[in-house]
Ligand binder design. Sequence first.
Ligand code: AMP
Length: 192
Amino acid sequence: MRVIFFGPPGSGKGTQAKLVADKYKITHISTGHILREKLNDEDELSLKLRDIMSSGNLVVDDILNKIIAQKLLNNECKSGFILDGFPRTIAQSEFLLSFLKTNNIDINFIFDFKIDFKVVEERILIRSKEEKRSDDNLDVIKTRLNKYMEETHPVSKFFREKYSSNYFTIDADQKISQIQKELIKVLKKGEN
Ligand code: AMP
């Protein structure tokens, strides 16, 4: 099973991606998580990444495209994957579509998490205390939400048109357990 999750930061898509990946034994690819791990390298690249990420801006497409190409070709993705946080720009989605075509990979489901931005701001402030992420404060959240609207929302629209029968909108204002139920219901139907 191959899935893409769209949704603004704080919409809970990472939590849901983890749950679905565990249930269906597929690989959860969170580009935010991969980039945060790179920060530990403390080399020149990691210093640049830290600056960009802690300001809430997006890391350049080239870095992300390379990370994704490497991941998707890896054996761990053979049984399926969930893309969480990629593609985030039109350039990334063009790269992804061409990569999928070249490698004969289909996408089975796309979920778009919709949520009120006020709820996101509250959630992220709580998360900042729990996870101590440097990009979880109000100014940075606003930049991240703006980036989402400017760069990623057009991408989700583009995928909605291209994959209209595999594209599902999720009301992400709901409780984690309720969202999980909705996702599983759709995924089960697709299995038949
Ligand atoms: P996330 O955990 O998905 O919210 O990502 C945290 C940060 O990592 C983002 O605010 C960006 O700076 C960077 N990032 C993650 N995924 C991408 C992507 N696909 N393109 C560009 N930057 C990304």
